[in-house]
Design a binder for this molecule. Sequence first.
Ligand code: ATP
Length: 818
Amino acid sequence: MAVTSKKSKSKSKVTTTPKQTTKSKKINFDFVPTISDSEDDIPDLDEDSANESETETDPTKPQPTTPKKKSDKKKNSAKKSKSKTKTNNESDEEEEGSKDKDLNPDFIFNVGDDLGPDTNFDGWDFQSGGDAKSAAGTGADVKRDVDLEGIIRRKGGLTGQFANNGEDDGDDDEEEEGKDEDEDDEEEEEKEGGDDSDDEELAMDGFGMGAAAKPNKLSEDDDDDSDEDDEDEEDEDEEDVKEEAEEEEVEADSDQDNDKEMEDEKDEDSPEEVAKFFASEDDESTQAAKSQIHKDFQSMQLSRPVLKGLQALGYTKPSPIQSASIPIALLGKDIVAGAVTGSGKTAAYMIPIIERLLYRPAKIASTRVIVLAPTRELAIQVADVGRKIGQYVNGLTFGLAVGGLNLRQQEQELKKRPDIVIATPGRFIDHIRNSPSFNVDGVEVLVFDEADRMLEEGFQKEVTEILSLVPTKRQTMLFSATMNSRIKDMIQLSLNKPVRIMINPPNQTATGLMQEFVRIRKREQSKPALLFNMLSKLDSKQQIRIIVFVARKESAHRLRIVMGLLGLRVSELHGSLTQDQRLKSITDFKKLTVPILICTDLAARGLDIPKIEVVINYDMPKTHEIYLHRVGRTARAGREGTSMSFVGESSQDRAIVKEAIKQVELTKSGKAVGKNVDWPEIEKINKVIQEKQEIIEEILVEEKQEKEIIRAEMELKKSENLLNYKDEIKSRPKRTWFQSEKEKKADKLGTALAKGKKINSKKRKQQEAREDAGGSRSYKKTKTDRVEDQERTMKRQKPKNQEKNKKKKRNGKFGTKR
Ligand SMILES: Nc1ncnc2c1ncn2[C@@H]1O[C@H](COP(=O)(O)OP(=O)(O)OP(=O)(O)O)[C@@H](O)[C@H]1O
């Protein structure tokens, strides 16, 4: 399906020609040969400890009508000046001053001869996720929250040198403090220098690596909307529970993945399967498109508004994945693409999508593109990138169908049938089922971002349901940094001879990434102290962004309290937080208000905050794949970054380190080193933490009590609303759910069973009970659901119709008839 454009009639077609081909260099799109399974060249981890038992501890998307265009132009210019102001406001002097200093000039965003990326893109923006009425512009309800920091403060915490950043006062003392801190730092550096010898056993050789192994809706609008919002509350609460369950799956996924999965990765597709499934390498147009390397976006025959959008973002040259994917996507072909984290995959699919919409305008408003992402935050970010690229395209509209954000607001947005809808699967299905004016019959393009994740068991049912609803005649594109999905998993997507574009070898890390590994041995209990020690040494003034990954939500929360008690202000990000809290954590992190973010794997994929300097794996992930996504939060777009991993003695942890070293050696990308730490110093800190255990428990109890009070207040309000708006609430069509929370849980159990995991008898009984009940429920509204809906709608319309009839009668009596 060749894409012709208005422009192409007078100018040139988007299809590629042999002429273009001769000018261009050829790049290899194939997978780099499979990594040898032989571990001969891999330095062994310390043998003695290899025999020690594993310990697991937890210390803590144009409708071009002329009038619309005019107003849109106005809007666009307003938008433009607005975004300019925003950029000025957002980039503080220091950041500007140091802009892209940290970029790696070798990074191949620029295939040409000059510098690394000079992008104006300053990360994603939640403000564009919804209207400005509510917190973070997302339409998310602002609900009363527990003041955890207040509790920590009352318990004597957050008093240290780290606590006064952000909105706090204490300006006068800042310089003084700065001096002291500098002196302290010097002292600490000296100490550190002297400590190297102290920890020989934990040094790089400890890993057998030798030296560096190369390399509330309670705001103003409440007066108008509060009634409706309150009525919605019940629905939304229930919906939030479902969404939470969905998100939990994202997080819990790493719990489900195990060594078995790593083995599966090695289960390669056969050459015959590959030849049958993927487009032939000999396909002429694909060949022509593939063999080019575009030195700039102009040579891709992109339209002026899109080029303007890219220019505004500071994207001068396409990254390799963009250079390779855009021409093929413009041909309307299905794509399965993989490229290293932070290499610009979002724009790689967003640019051709916008181009397609621009040159094939729809006659009537319809949603033509669906982008599916595994997490809410990623979906919001993708929408933001899309909006920014398409900011000069008249009438281009985006919609979000993302869990945790205001359902009614989204419904209103989707009613207008935005061109591009970015969605998380659960909420998307919810809208298709329950938002009558939204449908997906006009969908032409379906994108799976983080496709390998979307094809995993956690999303299987949702994806199957979505696929059954969208038209089969469509373009489907799959993108991920770890696009290792097997053909058997992709078959359900009904891809039409997809073109396989693999830029980097699978499992490669960013070129500018320094991977450091700290061996924990039996000091699991000292990990919080180690974390504190590292955080304070890394950034005594809390001026760099550090992201810390932990295995469990509880650990994230506990660590936040521990760090707070030691005077270090950190944020947490995981599925147990409300969406408001989640967005606030990210916004604070982005603005450096709270530059340390402790999170679960919810934030492992796709999150693009350009200046995350360090990623700490406090708990190692379960698989090397997740490790790649986590460390991929730094060293993005050709920048440099460091990852520090706390490596335990489990075979799983050790296997990931081995794989990381192996990949560095194989791909010659980045570095991997062992790191010494000052254990005596850390043990001192650990002692302090141990002494605070009681206080930590007290804080947790106090927090729980506050939460219960808030919950009781909310329940009370809900009951009042239920009484006050009973009739209205009852007349509403009953929302139907894709899966109940119970079903989700039962599915998880099923997954566990399928994976051969041991489950206890109670859980097994639950699973059996579910199977007895007929297994999974039907996904579409049942006939009964529909009849009930109709009855409710009729009931609701009855008073209105009665009113209309009365009016008609009145008009008959007193109206124009004489
Ligand atoms: N052509 C370009 N020139 C300069 N910067 C770019 C270009 N394309 C993308 N970027 C920037 O590179 C960064 C990474 O892009 P993006 O988030 O799309 O990466 P990704 O490959 O999807 O990463 P991940 O695999 O982690 O999801 C973003 O900050 C983006 O603004």
